[in-house]
Design a protein around this ligand. Structure first.
Ligand code: XLS
Ligand code: NI
Ligand code: NI
Length: 433
């Protein structure tokens, strides 16, 4: 026991009427939602980096948080892992996610970093054996250290490519050893600042070959989890190659990876790309590449990836509607890529940020499930496309442009516009919130 969370009880479901801060109002793990336990529908994960490595800095100021596990060395890393599993237990979180750099000290050489990683993986495997939380995904931090400043797989220096290969190999091995359900690649610094010094075509080709090598290696070691790409349009680079879902799909097609790699979609990144979260999820599911989500909320004014905990169930319900409609998660889950504001210093803040986020998502899930199960929205949507069920319409898609054109005069076609009923549908949607 670290003692860090002393006095904070394990969080239990008490229902919407409860005024107890340290209770769930909506997240009721055993409640059945669309045929599954809520815990199994939502598959919540706590992010090791935001909750245990982030020190409260922003571009103008440094550390504001004080945690007993901050500092160098393996003893601190073990203390951090102890505290992490205490938080997972308090929340009843079924999953967590990490970067190598979150949980092991950086060594002076690759070999030393790798030794530290392997030691921590053994330590965490021991924790998993006696605690509930499992690994939703592992990943490599290939953006903080200065060696990555010009990219990892897209670096102009082939030595950095090699270092990236060694880093991802080590982390995929670690994720495999811990029974991870997925492995994530967020393009960190895979992008560029200025075209003046950039061979865009070569960088993109190297990124594609790298991803193929990762997939080949995954099969070689028998890792059964999904490989997930996390799109983001900018920040840290001015231009990031994995801009959004559509861009990544084109990239996967180009390198023959569309059947091998899925997407981890983040709310804040969708907004930075000028999309809504639900758009990105719906598109990924239509393309057959939906995998998992990074749940957070963005500030709508700042234009930064602010990684705040979600607190608006109405907004999230749209996202969960698309997830449920796609059949729910398989290997994926709801990872809180969310951090405390830098003035939120206390252990209680860390716990309650997650409690609020989990409740927001649980409430959103219930609203989305109720609307989906009622069939009201889907019936109207289906009716809007009903014309396509006829044989003439079907044949038109199989036939030529001229054949489709010929219908206009042959059948005397004069299209009659019908209402899209947006406001009526918005009212319907509101009834379920
Ligand atoms: C950064 C990303 C990062 C990934 C994991 O914006 O969201 O946290 O999720 O590397
Ligand atoms: Ni993320
Ligand atoms: Ni992010």
């Amino acid at each position: 026991m670290t003692g860090y969370f002393d006095g904070i009880p394990a969080i239990r479901y008490e229902g919407p009427q409860s005024t107890n801060e340290f209770a769930f109002r909506w997240y009721n793990p055993d409640e059945i939602v669309m045929g599954k336990r809520m815990e199994d529908q939502l598959r919540f994960a706590v992010a090791y980096w935001h909750s245990f490595a982030y020190q409260g800095g922003d571009p103008f100021g440094g550390q504001t948080f004080e945690r007993p596990w901050f500092g160098d060395g393996m003893a601190k890393a073990r203390l951090k892992a102890d505290a992490a599993f205490e938080l997972f237990d308090i929340l009843g979180a079924p999953f967590y996610a990490f970067h190598d750099a979150d949980m092991r000290p950086e060594g002076a050489t690759f070999a030393e970093s790798k030794r530290n990683l392997d030691e921590m993986v053994d330590y965490i495997a021991g924790k998993q054996a006696t605690h509930k939380a499992r690994l939703l995904w592992g990943t490599a931090n290939m953006f903080t250290n200065r060696r990555w400043m010009s990219g990892a797989a897209t670096n102009p220096d082939p030595d950095v490519y090699a270092y990236a290969a060694a880093t991802v190999k080590a982390n995929l091995d670690a994720t495999h050893k811990l029974g991870g359900a997925n492995y994530v690649l967020w393009g960190g610094r895979e992008g560029y600042e200025t075209l003046l010094n950039t061979d865009l075509g070569a960088e993109r080709a190297h990124a594609g070959r790298f991803l193929q090598q990762v997939v080949e290696y995954k099969h070689k070691i028998g890792f059964k989890g999904a490989i997930l790409i996390e799109p983001k349009p900018q920040e840290p680079s001015k231009h990031q190659y994995d801009f959004d879902v559509a861009t990544v799909y084109g990239f996967l097609k180009d390198f023959g990876l569309e059947g091998e790699v899925q997407l981890n979609i983040e709310q804040g990144h969708a907004i930075l790309a000028g999309h809504t979260f639900e758009h990105e999820i719906a598109l990924a599911s239509a393309l057959g590449i939906f995998g998992s989500i990074d749940m957070n909320r963005n500030d709508y004014q700042s234009g930064w990836d602010t990684d705040q905990f979600p607190n608006n169930h109405a907004e999230k319900a749209l996202a969960f509607y698309e997830i449920l409609k796609a059949g729910g998660y398989t290997t994926g889950g709801t990872n809180f890529d969310a951090k405390l504001r830098r003035q939120s210093l206390d252990a209680e803040d860390l716990v309650l940020g997650h409690v609020g986020g989990m409740d927001t998502c649980a409430r959103a899930l219930k609203c989305a499930a109720a609307l989906l199960e009622s069939g009201e929205l889907e019936a109207i949507r289906k009716d809007r496309y009903a014309g396509w069920n006829g044989k003439a319409a079907e044949d038109m898609l199989k036939g030529t442009l001229e054949a489709a054109a010929a219908r206009v005069t042959a059948e005397g076609i004069e299209p009659q516009p019908r209402s899209g009923r947006q406001e009526r549908l918005e009212n319907l949607w509101n009834r379920y919130l």
